[in-house]
Write a protein that binds this ligand. Structure first.
Ligand SMILES: Nc1ncnc2c1ncn2[C@@H]1O[C@H](COP(=O)(O)OP(=O)(O)OP(=O)(O)O)[C@@H](O)[C@H]1O
Ligand SMILES: [Mg+2]
Length: 219
């Protein structure tokens, strides 16, 4: 399978910090693969994911999307990426759940298509009941599902999911696992971070272990 996203010798240091959060990290994600990024708290998983999304600019090395530097292709490839932030609270930028899920599609489609996409995605995630609710009133788990819905609704080809399973009730965990597996079956490229050893029933085609910002194992 063709490589869709490649990280080459990337080092990133947060502004004002002395030590880089990730150091000389390289990995290659093939189309349709599930890549799992594992490592302890503070090891650099989120930083690596945000670099892969083109949201943080590395000071050394680069990220390539389909063989060309990602940065040169932004913003027009932005809609190919679906990014789930570790904290779903940060993703709620619209007043209602409906608007939140419609936000991505509204940049791309007419309102009839937007409506169809919102309805289908909400049904897929079992959150139709929430559509008219205010995003501020949602529980943490509900916010996570709405955040996922707001990504899936515009049908991105790469899903970058930062700890999608953390702090979820087992019933929501099951829903989310089913949806991620379903996305993988549809040929989506998926990158998932996880602090623990195992992910619930998700196959990892490749696993990257990161410690203190260094990729210590990649298989
Ligand atoms: N905005 C920031 N400014 C300065 N330092 C940061 C910032 N965000 C993260 N860091 C630091 O960068 C390092 C890597 O953090 P990162 O959030 O990528 O780790 P992580 O593996 O995702 O951790 P967790 O499992 O807790 O989510 C840590 O030392 C952290 O303190
Ligand atoms: Mg993190």
């Amino acid at each position: 399978m063709a490589i869709i996203l490649e990280v080459k010798n990337v080092t990133y240091t947060y502004p004002g910090e002395k030590e880089p959060a990730i150091k000389d990290v390289s990995l290659a994600v093939s189309e349709g693969e599930i890549t799992c990024i594992k490592g302890p708290n503070g090891s650099g998983k989120t930083t690596l994911l945000l670099v892969m999304a083109g949201l943080l600019r590395p000071e050394k090395g680069a990220v390539y999307y389909r063989g060309s530097p990602l940065i040169d292709q932004l913003p027009h490839v932005r809609s190919k990426f679906g990014i789930l932030f570790q904290n779903p609270e940060l993703m709620m930028i619209n007043p209602t759940v409906y608007d939140e899920i419609a936000y991505g599609p509204r940049q791309l489609y007419d309102e009839d298509t937007v409506h169809r996409k919102v309805t289908v995605t909400a049904r897929l995630l079992g959150i139709t009941k929430l559509l008219e609710k205010s995003t501020a009133s949602l529980s943490y788990g509900e916010k996570k599902l709405v955040a996922i819905a707001s990504i899936l609704s515009y049908d991105p080809e790469i899903l970058l999911l930062d700890e999608p399973f953390s702090n979820l009730h087992p019933s929501k965990l099951e829903t989310l696992t089913r949806i991620i597996i379903n996305q993988a079956e549809q040929g989506k490229t998926i990158v998932i971070t996880s602090p623990g050893e195992s992910l619930p029933n998700i196959r990892c085609d490749r696993t990257a272990f990161i410690e203190d910002g260094v990729l210590i194992k990649y298989s």
